[in-house]
Design a protein around this ligand. Structure first.
Ligand code: IVH
Length: 703
């Protein structure tokens, strides 16, 4: 019998339905926790979940670099929905539960969808699919036909046709508005530009743009040879390609498109399936293997077949979509705020394979955190060859009880960086030893440190370890710190390699000729960097302080310190009592500051930066904290706020150049909604489509 060790203890080791059982346990645990929560706890958890989910949305839609699986994302979202339902007093119109993610980018013209592009609610088990069918039948009072379709894992697109010609192609965006990518879509050969046969005069058709595995691998091979970053998966490759500015490059990438949804007035059939067949005769390529099913038995059979056979498909899929066939029954069932009641997605379990661990290497990140990476015998998984998997941290290795040369199970949930999810202990060589986490930094040899309560080990050699030096410089020049134009991580790497910079003060000693002589750099780029550095002399002290990269001194702490202490000289002289007497500065931050200023090389660094005229004290000639960030914007505030009195908030708006108005009109820029906001203000703002923001959102506007 197979014995699989996993890092989730609530899993039956021999179960075929491990993921399903795991989801069940996790959900049960979460809901029990939620039921017993008091409002204060719930509020904290809600805020944390909202932030976390927004971050994952950003990683997924904007960066195309998800760091968690769809399943894990759904768990977070599920928790938030449950909490918001149980504690309606914490409703927030800007909660991520109120919208679908966004792929809008700045380069394309934005277009409002005539019919919003909603997402589907997800299910992970046969039970959930059965419950969906029961719900449909209960609400509609009928036993309708269903259509099962493969859930293609690409990027969705909405096409508008008028008089048989393609008018416009728009991405999903945030569901309400998307990017007009018509020029790029026209290059996809399987998309008809002119229709044939008996098509309706005007309609929209939606489908998925995909990059077949064969194309994906060929592109990545080429990118690898040219030292360009690889695409993580075919979905990212497809969406990244669709957002390119150069349609000729898009054409060379050989995207494909399959269609699965038609919208419009007076369509020529009531059945979704029948309509799709007609669309095929107009020239559209349909989602392949679409099948009509008359009952749950046929649906479950389809799921079972494709759960296995999907690995034979030439493109990525992540589930099956089950839809009610009749459009009139679909209309009766309608939509929730986010998804149709007449359809559900059944998500496939993450694909899993086994392979041998060859060795574990350790990478030092730019903040000093050491990440273990498993190097594996190459294995085919989810359409790509996997050679490496993340091992996260020392605890993860220990919990797995990973030994050298182990046979490991690798999963790619939602096609992100593969994970090791278990070990085949029966196949272990009895003489193999447990994998040991290193004690010294592989880059500079310094002993690694781990702070109490934290999972990560890090290299503390901030001034001499190469990745940390580069990380510090990157932080210094970053947008929220000194915002140096023209400098990026590649240039920093080059400058470091050539020995031109070892700390942030060295940047100011760079000569124009020195920069211009560097690879891929010309006189213009050199001038931009020199100018960018010159401009940093105008940056206020609080940002200079943040830019120094003192551990735990983030933007907010730097602001606080600058306000209370006023200058770097006074900060250097401050003792533990002085520092901890400042609101929000605890012992951990204070000790970190003291330790930073105790090093002579840091004092020297400050002297050199002072010599380059950076601001090391608060400029009291300007009204402190004033800006023009809200110039031209008008605000209505309603409700009570956590961090401001109502008058305080109004004063802050004015301090930043904004205007306070008492009632909402079409001209209002924002409604800032506090707790216990009046329903009439909310209604009016929603009606006039005035953005409703929280106190936290407002802070981001002025930060
Ligand atoms: S129907 C109102 N059918 O899944 C529902 N979507 O989570 C419209 N997808 O954004 C979507 N294959 O990108 C539908 N056969 C299929 C699909 C499919 C893939 C994607 C699509 C959509 C997402 C919903």
């Amino acid at each position: 019998m197979k014995k699989i060790c996993t890092n989730t203890s609530a899993v039956h080791p021999d179960s075929e339905n491990k993921v399903e059982i795991r989801s069940f346990f996790i959900l049960l645990m979460h809901y029990k926790e939620i039921l017993s929560m008091v409002p204060e706890e719930a509020k904290k958890r809600i805020n944390k979940l909202r932030q976390e989910i927004e971050l994952h949305n950003h990683n997924y839609y904007k960066l195309n670099q998800p760091t968690i699986t769809d399943f894990e994302f759904d768990l977070l979202l599920g928790d938030l929905i449950a909490l918001e339902n149980k504690f309606p007093q914490f409703f927030d119109p800007n909660s991520p539960t109120q919208r679908v993610g966004s792929d809008i980018s700045r380069e394309f013209q934005q277009v409002t969808h005539q019919y919003p592009m909603l997402s589907l609610s997800n299910s992970y088990s046969e039970t959930e699919v059965t419950e969906f069918i029961q719900r449909v039948e209960k609400f509609s009072g009928e036993r309708p036909d269903y259509v099962c379709e493969l859930k293609l894992d690409g990027t969705s697109i909405s096409l508008t046709y008028r008089d048989g010609e393609l008018q416009r192609a728009v991405t999903r965006g945030d569901g309400e508005k998307g990017d007009d990518v018509t020029a790029n879509v026209r290059t996809i050969r399987s998309i008809p530009l002119k229709l044939q046969g008996n098509y309706p005069p005007e309609f929209e058709i939606r489908g998925e743009i995909v990059m077949p595995f064969s194309v994906f691998e060929a592109i990545n091979l080429e990118r690898g040879e040219q030292d360009e970053p690889l695409f993580a998966n075919p979905r990212n490759a497809a969406s990244g390609t669709l957002k390119l500015q150069n349609s000729a490059v898009v054409a060379s990438r050989k995207l494909d498109a399959y269609f699965y949804y038609i919208l419009g007035e007076n369509l020529p059939a009531d059945g979704h399936y029948e309509l799709l067949q007609q669309a095929a005769s107009w020239g559209f390529q349909l989602s392949p293997h679409t099948q009509k099913c008359s009952d749950i038995k046929e649906i479950l059979h389809y799921l079972a077949v494709w759960e296995k056979k999907r690995t034979e498909l030439p493109f990525a899929t992540d589930g099956v979509v089950i839809k009610v066939n009749s459009k009139s029954i679909q209309d009766e069932l309608g939509f929730t705020a986010k998804s149709p009641r007449w359809a559900i997605a059944f998500k496939f379990k993450a694909e899993r394979v086994s392979t041998r661990l060859t060795n574990v290497t350790f990478q030092v990140g730019r903040t000093g955190v050491v990440t273990p990476v498993a190097n594996l015998e190459p294995v085919q998984l989810g359409g790509t060859v996997v050679k490496r998997a993340s091992l996260h941290n020392a605890d993860f290795i220990q919990n797995l009880d990973l030994h050298t040369n182990d046979l490991v199970y690798v999963e790619k949930g939602g096609e992100i960086i593969p994970k090791i999810v278990g070990i085949e202990v029966a196949q272990r060589d009895p003489s193999s030893l447990p994998v040991q986490f290193i004690k010294n930094c592989p880059e500079c040899g310094t002993g690694l440190i781990r702070e109490e309560g934290e999972a990560a080990w890090y290299c503390p050699n901030e001034d001499e370890c190469p990745p940390l030096i580069k990380g510090k410089i990157e932080h210094f020049i970053s947008r929220k710190a000194m915002n140096v134009d023209g400098l990026g991580s590649e240039t920093i790497d080059l400058l470091f390699q050539q020995g031109f910079v070892r700390n942030v003060a060295d940047l100011y000693d760079l000569k124009r000729e020195q920069l211009a002589s560097m690879e891929r750099m010309g006189e213009k780029s050199a001038d931009r960097i020199i100018d960018g550095l010159k401009k940093t002399t105008e940056i206020p002290f609080e940002r200079v302080l943040f830019a120094l990269g003192i551990r735990y001194v983030g933007e907010t702490v730097a602001k606080k310190l600058a306000k209370e202490i006023q200058s770097v000289d006074r900060l250097q002289q401050a003792d533990l009592t002085t520092l901890t007497s400042i609101d929000e500065i605890g012992i951990k931050i204070a000790e970190s500051i003291l330790s930073w200023f105790s090093k002579s090389q840091h004092l020297e660094l400050i002297e050199r930066l002072k010599g380059h005229h950076l601001k090391f004290e608060v400029d009291n000639t300007k009204i402190e904290g004033s800006s023009e960030k809200l110039k031209g914007l008008s605000f209505v505030i309603s409700g009570t706020f956590k961090n401001y009195s109502r008058d305080g908030l109004k004063a802050d708006i004015e301090l930043h150049g904004g205007k306070n108005v008492s009632s909402i009109s079409a001209k209002t820029s924002y409604l800032i909604a506090g707790e216990n906001i009046g329903p009439s203000k909310l209604e009016k703002a929603t009606h006039l489509k005035i953005p409703i923001i929280t106190e936290e959102n407002y802070r981001q506007l002025t930060d």
